[in-house]
Design a protein around this ligand. Structure first.
Ligand code: UDP
Length: 234
């Protein structure tokens, strides 16, 4: 299927052109990176899992009225999507304190956050994806204030759909990162939603079921990703 020209290669995915000018193919790799690519490795089978988990979550979100770039899963590692111009703002939604938020503000990991926190990060590897205020987004011309407001509304809606979905599967949705894109002048959810881009804690044991196992060398990484697939798609 991946016969078109490669348009872009990211850390975990490649994007290929298709015969249709408005559609591209996302190919999910097993490559894993962390700490702005200072740490590199492979999580065997990750690409297949992230593709299937993303498919399930994009379908769920579409059903609930969130527009996404998802069209169809084509194979184990390939997803057909609408072609978008990515807004270079990584949107993080947080329900529980973890990761960079704990470090930056000295907050205790595991503390619930009410109401959920929405943050912007500049999608720029050379700068190390710095945290942005609304006014930085405006200064850099990354999105209009109207687009930013719409992104925030959609991000909170995604959280409102995903939190109970994972709760029913005995998982705590700690935080996650979203990317949005513009397709035919409409803002839609793009990229992926997977254990690479979310933090999930098992509701019973509190154990990490996501890329933190890779970041922190916690072991049993593949097993954790498999378990997420089982709970989400099984
Ligand atoms: N995240 C991501 N890509 C990034 C940075 C963060 O998918 O480049 C996700 C990460 O998996 C977590 C959430 O965004 O679910 C918040 O990450 P955080 O800011 O705590 O950064 P980290 O601790 O991962 O450096």
């Amino acid at each position: 299927m991946t016969s078109g020209t490669m348009l872009y290669e990211g850390k975990a995915k490649k994007i290929f052109a298709t015969g249709h000018p408005d559609q591209v193919l996302q190919y999910f790799k097993d490559d894993a990176t962390a700490f702005n690519a200072l740490k590199r490795g492979t999580i065997l089978g990750k690409g297949v899992i992230n593709n299937k988990v993303s498919e399930r979550l994009f379908r769920l979100l579409e059903q609930q009225g969130v527009p996404t770039h998802f069209i169809e899963r084509k194979s184990d590692r390939e997803m057909l999507t609408k072609k978008v111009t990515i807004v270079p703002v990584e949107v993080v939604v947080r329900n529980v304190v973890a990761g960079s938020l704990a470090k930056r503000l000295g907050l205790k990991e595991g503390e619930p956050i009410h109401p959920p926190l929405v943050e912007w990060y500049y999608k720029n590897d050379a700068l190390g994806d710095p945290l942005l205020s609304d006014e930085h987004v405006r200064l850099l011309n990354l999105a209009t204030p109207e687009q930013l407001a719409q992104i925030k509304r959609l991000a909170l809606k995604v959280n409102g759909v995903l939190q109970p979905f994972f709760g029913e599967r005995k998982m705590i949705l700690v935080d996650f990162k979203l990317e949005f894109g513009v397709h035919k002048e409409a803002l839609i959810l793009a990229d992926e939603i997977s254990p690479d881009t979310c933090r999930f804690w098992d509701q019973t044991t509190g154990e990490s079921m996501d890329k933190d196992r890779f970041r922190k060398d916690m072991g049993r990484i593949e097993e954790a990703y498999q378990e997420v697939l089982r709970r989400v798609c099984g």
